[in-house]
Design a protein around this ligand. Structure first.
Ligand code: HEM
Length: 405
């Protein structure tokens, strides 16, 4: 526990922070909502302050070429990846690259994916019924999003195990503080992932008949081939980014959702009595346990947030997990309420970088939760979930459940 919250340091959080960050975040929001971290960065916890930053991408840059140089070392594979992927670019590069993703997320593309999502969920639940128990992460919440995003991109089924380890290694490198081993593993993962994609692209170009209709890999490869819309390095890093962004977060959304429902069994009964609550339930899961708890921006000019002046170059840590429980926006914010409306959480961010896959993630959640709780209304929690000690990505490591009587 930390007696003086103004001594809070995001790089050295108290030992019990990862298990339950919310009491710390509430105290920060009340006492020091624009908190100056000991390293000179700022920690933002108020909903309105985050909205202000998201809405002004000219003042608040997402480009990480300055911030990540000391963290990863310029020229390192992690530096190359995290400064090239769409989420860490500003216009005009951002506008050019994001436009290439758009076709993958049209209403039609999403509708085309639904039968596949339903069949993946049904297969996992059939197995659960046969076995009577499951470890949710391994048997359910990890498989669904990775299969879907690999289908979208065009990654062959046999290679999907590889993607998971690379994704965890690359995303872990975004934690505020890193060990040398995490850095080495992350750098190796980027190098191996790039080589893997180069080989896959070479194979596609040699055998265009193996491409699935509309697959993102081919769309991006065509954009690279025309020499104007995408460079080869950009192409590889957008593929890596999409594969990572498209599963780690959704996996955690599904795991947390099951965990929170099981911790609040009255909410399972309510969902089964009022199935139309499935949409607000998904929003509440996203609000309550934001899969990405922190976003960052850098000020391009002197500015002011609340009554604090921030000089140009200031880095802000936007704590989505805190904004999502700001009582000024969400009455009784620590209550998990599947009927909460309105629920304008910030788990997909806002503004030009708003999550490109947010509708897909929502569809995955509606199908996964809807089928699970309908089919197993007596679902039982066998032990509390194990949560990873990571700050940016709120990851469930293990969650054991049984079908119930
Ligand atoms: C529950 C699941 C998900 C969550 C919580 C989530 C969260 C986010 C957030 C917070 C951002 C913006 C970060 C920032 O502004 O700094 C983002 C961007 C992005 N996400 Fe997601 N995401 C999820 C699922 C997905 C899926 C399934 C895909 C694709 C298959 C995806 C693709 C993207 C892309 C391409 C961007 C970059 C958008 C841009 O920079 O313009 N995400 N996501």
């Amino acid at each position: 526990m930390l007696d003086d919250i103004t001594a809070f340091d995001l790089l050295h959080v108290p030992a019990d922070y990862a298990a339950d960050p919310y009491p710390y975040l509430a105290r920060l929001r009340e006492t020091a909502p624009v908190h100056r971290n000991p390293d000179g960065t700022y920690v933002l916890t108020r909903y309105d302050d985050l909205v202000q930053v998201y809405r002004d991408p000219k003042l608040w840059s997402s480009d990480k070429t300055i911030d990540f140089a000391p963290k990863f070392g310029p020229g390192s594979p992690l530096y190359e990846h995290h400064t090239t992927s769409v989420v860490f670019t500003d216009p005009p590069d951002h506008t050019r690259i994001r436009a290439l993703f758009q076709h993958a997320f049209t209403r039609k593309a999403l509708n085309d994916l639904k039968p596949r999502i339903e069949s993946l969920v049904d297969t996992a639940l059939d197995r659960f019924e046969d076995e009577g128990r499951m470890e949710v992460v391994e048997d359910f919440s990890f498989r669904l999003p990775i299969e879907v995003v690999c289908d979208m991109l065009g990654v062959p089924t046999a290679d999907r195990g590889l993607i998971r380890d690379w994704a965890v290694a690359i995303l872990t490198a975004l934690e505020p503080k890193l060990t040398q081993e995490q850095l080495d593993t992350g750098n190796r993962a980027v190098t191996d992932f790039k080589q893997y994609l180069r080989d896959l692209l070479a194979h596609r170009r040699a055998h265009p008949e193996t491409a699935q209709p509309g697959e993102v890999l081919t769309v991006l490869a065509d954009a690279e081939a025309d020499g104007e819309r995408l460079t080869e390095i950009e192409l590889l890093h957008q593929c890596i980014f999409m594969l990572n962004a498209g599963h780690e977060t959704s996996t955690n959304m599904i795991s947390h959702g099951i965990h929170e429902m099981l911790r609040n069994p009255d909410q399972i009964a309510r969902l089964n009595a009022e199935p139309e609550l499935i949409d607000p339930m998904v929003e509440e899961v996203l609000r309550y346990q934001a899969p990405i708890q922190i976003n960052n921006r850098r000020a391009t000019a002197d500015t002011r947030i609340g009554d604090t002046d921030l000089p140009a170059g200031s880095i802000v840590h936007m704590i989505v997990a805190a904004a999502n429980r700001d009582p000024a926006q969400f009455p009784d914010p620590d209550r998990f309420d599947i009927a909460r409306r309105p629920n304008r959480h910030l788990s997909f961010a806002l503004g030009i970088h708003i999550c490109a896959g947010n509708n897909l993630a929502r569809v995955e959640a509606v199908i996964a939760f809807g089928k699970l709780f309908r089919r197993f209304p007596k679902l039982e929690l066998l032990a509390p979930a194990k949560i990873a000690p990571r700050l940016r990505f709120r990851e469930v490591l293990e969650l054991n459940v049984a079908t119930g009587a």
